[in-house]
Design a protein around this ligand. Structure first.
Ligand SMILES: [Zn+2]
Length: 454
């Protein structure tokens, strides 16, 4: 649009010149227009809100990306190493009904590396997934697989049983070190030393080539002191600004290489709100990050398992209305329901497939407690010829029994993980789809009553 407007008068002036000269002038005009309009104002994604909950927070909408639409609220399955574990992309699309995937920057940077991804033509081509994609920034993994390597770290904290990370413990056992400029960490593959800064995270994510990427943030243990949490929030804000500046620089460089009629292949950058379980830090972070020119927002860090909805509400009240909000790494069915009603549009989590590989299958009743799943390794399922969840309509539940899948687990057959992962992903993806429909139909309370049976 801007290039056409800028070129129109010049083309009239050039009307009597030879074609070759006109073309040359056109190229100059396009380049000048590119420079004059920097930074580019177009967006790589758009977000439309179709319906809202009466509380004013929850909403149903659509995120439109260059690789298709995501109808929100939506659960985004995690393709950590450019694969949904045990599933083909066709299974994810046709059996699960997922709209998008989220891959992991830390893991793809270490293996196979950005050169392979670039030569493959980017993440979509490499993994044969044609739908929308996200990559996370790599910060959480550099932290959790570095500083906390070998420890039991969770995003849902219980302060009584947590661990302390990145403190003054023996540096020889620490595998990651954070400073004002970035994170130095050791590879979990070969122990080699690497460094992520806000700029390198953005560079790597551009090279991977997802539709939506995240700013690099500092993740620390929820057991750290308030002062340390506050310092991490402030550092995350400085890094967010650096990510935005570097992202704009790459966009500009890519734009100048393209012709006026083609859309530069640049991802949308989403900022990340931190602040742990502290109301003042969460609100401060949401206000600062929400005031920056991101195209959407992620909410990272740890939450109190008993009060995740409240913390999400603090943040969403401060964020701009018209941009999508993603809750990072949260996927328990009950947390999805609480997140949606407090303003979250998209979620990702490895839990459905991880639980599936360990013999766990979600069931509809009792989502408010651990009772919302069964363990197929228990003896009671050896001769149970009913589906994993009698009310589920997924491929696995339509075609296989608990007894068969329990047998596959006991026989250590790979199909066990595939069938159970299809069910668990279908379960959460469709739970969120039903929540979306309930928002549109104006019956979210009815939906909650049905799915929160004690
Ligand atoms: Zn099922």
């Amino acid at each position: 649009m801007h290039a056409n407007n800028a070129n129109t008068p010049h083309l009239i002036l050039c009307a009597r010149e030879p074609i070759r000269v006109i073309r040359m002038h056109l190229r100059i005009c396009i380049t000048l227009a590119s420079l004059l309009t920097f930074p580019y104002s177009y967006t790589m994604i758009s977000f439309d809100i179709h319906a809202r909950l009466p509380n004013g927070r929850g909403r149903a909408g659509t995120i439109t990306t260059p690789h298709g639409k995501i109808e929100t609220p939506a659960f985004i399955p995690v393709a950590t190493k450019a694969t949904i574990k045990a599933l083909t992309p066709e299974m994810l699309r046709d059996y699960v009904g997922a709209h998008a995937t989220l891959a992991n920057t830390y893991h793809l940077y270490l293996q196979p590396g950005t050169e392979v991804l670039k030569k493959a033509g980017g993440l979509h081509q490499f993994m044969n997934w044609s739908g929308p994609t996200y990559t996370d920034s790599g910060g959480f993994q550099a932290f959790s697989l570095g500083a906390a390597y070998g420890k039991n770290v969770s995003k849902l904290a219980n302060v009584k049983e947590g661990v302390t990370i990145d403190t003054d413990e023996d540096a020889s056992v620490r595998l990651a070190h954070v400073d004002d400029d970035g994170v130095t960490f050791k590879s979990i593959i070969d122990g080699s030393t690497h460094r992520f800064t806000p700029e390198t995270s953005i560079d790597i994510q551009h090279a991977i080539g997802a539709d939506m990427i995240f700013a690099f943030d500092e993740c620390i243990s929820p057991q750290e002191s308030y002062e340390r949490q506050k310092a991490a929030v402030e550092r995350t804000h400085v890094w967010a600004k650096r990510c935005l500046e570097h992202h704009e620089k790459i966009k500009s460089q890519k734009s100048n290489l393209k012709s006026a009629n083609s859309h530069p292949e640049v991802p949308a950058l989403l900022g990340i709100v931190q602040g742990g379980r502290h109301e003042d830090l969460r609100k401060l972070s949401a206000k600062v990050i929400g005031g920056m020119d991101f195209e959407g927002f992620g909410i990272g860090g740890s939450f109190d398992k008993d009060d995740i909805g409240t913390a999400v509400g603090w943040v969403c009240d401060e964020l701009p209305e018209g941009k999508p909000r993603h809750l990072l790494g949260i996927g328990d069915p009950i947390d999805l329901i609480l997140g949606i009603e407090n303003g979250i549009d998209t979620f990702d989590c490895v839990a459905p497939t991880r639980i599936a590989r360990n013999g766990g299958a979600y069931i509809r009743t009792g989502l408010s407690a651990q009772a919302g799943r069964i363990n197929l390794l228990n003896a009671q399922f050896i001769q149970d010829f009913t589906p994993l969840d009698p009310e589920c309509e997924c491929y696995t539940c339509k075609n296989y029994t608990r007894a068969y899948i329990a047998h596959l687990f006991r026989a250590k057959e790979m199909l066990a993980a595939t069938l159970t992962s299809i069910h668990n992903l279908y379960f959460v993806v469709n739970l969120v789809k039903k929540a979306r429909q309930a928002i549109i139909d104006g019956d979210y309370e009815g939906f909650k009553k049905k799915y929160l049976v004690k």
